[in-house]
Design a protein around this ligand. Structure first.
Ligand code: AMP
Length: 277
């Protein structure tokens, strides 16, 4: 496994590779969810590249950016154990040293006004900019993203379609702890008490799935909101059941539906989702 911190050195190395390149962009603090993407890439490509970059542009909250875990040596060990070939871990100066960037004008569209988009102004634009930059550097044949970040998958799909980028996207299932908590780098910040409360989110998502056919949507959403809020450690941002492709309200029970949830658990922001049908 080779570590690169400089764009030009990585590009030079990749230019000599003739096989297919699979790419897994991450912000590090790796867990089994990330590693499942590495394994999928390994199984479908000759070379797997993993990037580790905590992208300041996608953090609307400076404190969140400061607190984001950075664990490069540990990440390197995990990636080596999982047969990753190349790690790209640049710093922000290296990534943003050229400031003229056409994708800065990328139109995130409606995604910016819904759920994560409305609660985290500038977040999706920041994600679009970095992913486009990384695709341009790595030039992967395949790229792997987790459905845990449901709206992010929609954004990347739009980016690749709108800019006609030559990469095949793979959106992969969410890996969970045994009690249902979606794996996330942020979970490490949960206190012991908060960790015990964390499965409530998945309980709500499962309740939504089990009752989607038979109960009305508002009553399901209300049950889920009260189930979370009866635990005083929770503050809710949203729990909604919406059309899985448009994120608009459901008008007909035959539409593909997704339950989306974001909540602060003892000050740690968690997001999760489940497709219901
Ligand atoms: P991040 O480091 O949070 O930017 O995540 C890097 C990639 O890993 C993104 O495509 C995430 O959606 C994906 N990911 C994060 N958590 C999980 C999980 N629990 N299961 C599967 N993929 C995940």
């Amino acid at each position: 496994m080779i570590l690169f911190k400089q764009i030009e050195a990585l590009k030079k190395h990749l230019a000599q590779i003739s096989g297919s390149i699979g790419f897994v962009p991450t912000m590090g603090a790796l867990h089994e969810g990330h590693l499942s993407l590495i394994e999928k890439s390994n199984s479908e490509n000759d070379i797997t590249v993993c990037s580790i970059f905590v992208n300041p542009l996608q953090f609307n909250n400076k404190e969140d950016l400061k607190k984001y875990p950075r664990t490069l040596p540990q990440d390197m060990t995990l990636l080596k154990e999982h047969n990753c070939d190349i790690v790209f871990a640049p710093n922000a100066e290296e990534i943003y040293k050229v400031d003229s960037d056409s994708v800065l004008d990328f139109n995130v569209g409606l995604l910016d006004t819904l759920f994560e988009g409305s609660l985290r102004p500038g977040h999706f634009k920041g994600v679009a900019i970095i992913v486009n930059k990384l695709f341009d550097i790595v030039k992967p044949k395949h790229a792997y993203f987790g459905l845990k970040d449901y709206q992010q998958c929609m954004l990347i799909d739009k980016l690749v379609t709108d800019l006609k980028l030559p990469v095949q996207l793979h959106f992969c299932p969410t890996l969970r702890e045994s009690d249902g908590l979606a794996m996330s780098s942020r979970n490490a910040r949960l206190s012991e008490l908060a960790r015990q409360s964390a499965p409530r989110i998945y309980e709500c998502l499962n309740y939504a799935k089990a009752n989607y056919r038979t109960k009305n949507i508002t009553s399901i959403e209300e049950w889920c909101k009260s189930h979370l809020l009866e635990d005083a450690l929770y503050t809710l941002e949203y729990f909604n059941i919406v059309n899985a492709e448009t994120l608009m309200p459901i008008e007909n029970s035959k539409e593909k539906a997704v339950a989306l949830c974001a909540a602060f658990l003892d000050g740690v922001r968690l997001i999760d989702n489940l497709v219901l049908n």
